[in-house]
Write a protein that binds this ligand. Structure first.
Ligand code: PEP
Ligand code: MN
Length: 300
């Protein structure tokens, strides 16, 4: 006998799947696990064979810093520029971002480098303003279950990069994606950014959950990227974690970067987990090589 919950029994049928628009299960179009929906951000395709690299500062701290990092990440081979204008900080006394001025700086960086912009939207009331500058709306880990924000971001029609909360199950994360999809917007990119485990603060900030990459690829047709910056919290761990993420089947990487010659890596936000452009260039080179080798030797 199939299990029928009390509420389902009242309706006279089995419980519906908690997410269905983003699931492979039940989809004629996406039942083949080798297929992925390609999400286009500016001119960049996320979800294809070529791994996409989104790189930039944690936060837009100044015009000079952002333009310098934007040029450096372009030269390192990245495809898109990231950077927070509105920052969700754990402490209210930490730098909260430059707000609209930060968005204007990002737009200037895009004009100069040609890199599409990924930036976080913090609040449903900021969706319209952020959309005027961004190519892709990032929804941060802390807001993964902010349902009004998911709906408003979905309605904007912009691609949405949805980060996983550090304590969210795969199902909770896909239900969050379903809120965006339910608005008719299927341009969702999932971003694993580390979960909290017992090693928090010992040698890392978070534990990068790479198991979830193949698990997601089995469960959904949405593209999956990995953020090893927040996923490890320590700059020297980022390059090996990037290689592992691509090896696990991620469609791309989201990486925090600081200026090459910044004397003190303590930038206003997440300096200790940010890598230098020279390290980024090596990460990009290795990611593209790994993906190329994998496409030449597909798993039987
Ligand atoms: C970020 O990308 O800068 C960020 C705040 O990430 P998360 O939401 O994953 O903590
Ligand atoms: Mn950050």
């Amino acid at each position: 006998m199939p299990q029928v919950s009390r509420s389902a029994a009242r309706r006279g049928g089995p419980d519906p799947a908690p997410y269905r628009l983003v699931a492979r299960r039940g989809s004629a179009e996406w039942s083949d696990p080798a297929t992925t929906r390609v999400v286009r951000v500016g001119g960049v395709a996320v979800g294809g064979e070529r791994p996409v690299v989104v790189a930039g500062p944690c936060a837009v701290e100044s015009r000079e810093q952002t333009l310098a990092v934007a040029r450096a990440v372009r030269d390192a081979g990245a495809d898109m520029l990231r950077g927070g204008a509105y920052k969700p900080r754990t402490s209210p006394y930490d730098f909260q971002g430059l707000g609209r001025a930060g968005l204007e700086i990002l737009a200037e960086a895009r004009d100069e480098t040609g890199l599409p912009i990924v930036t976080e939207v913090l609040d449903p009331r900021l969706v319209e303003e952020t959309c005027a500058f961004a190519d892709c709306l990032q929804i941060g880990a802390r807001n993964m279950q902010n349902f009004p924000l998911l709906t408003e971001a979905g309605r904007s029609g912009k691609p949405v990069l949805l980060k996983r909360h550090w304590a969210a199950t795969l199902s909770e994360w896909l239900c969050a994606a379903e809120y965006v999809a339910a608005t008719g917007n299927l341009d969702v990119i999932l971003c694993e950014r580390g979960i909290r485990t017992f090693s928090h603060g010992e040698y890392n900030r978070n534990t990068l959950d790479l198991n979830v990459v193949p698990a997601l690829r089995r469960e959904t047709f949405l593209p999956v990227v990995v953020d090893p910056s927040h996923g490890t919290g320590v700059a020297y761990l980022v390059p090996p974690a990037c290689a592992a993420a691509i090896g696990a089947g991620a469609h791309g990487l989201l990486i925090e970067v600081i200026e090459e010659n910044l004397a003190c890596p303590e930038s206003l936000c997440d300096g200790t987990q940010s890598i230098r452009p020279s390290a980024l260039a090596e990460v990009v080179r290795r990611a593209r090589l790994t993906a190329l080798q994998a496409s030449e030797c597909p798993t039987p």
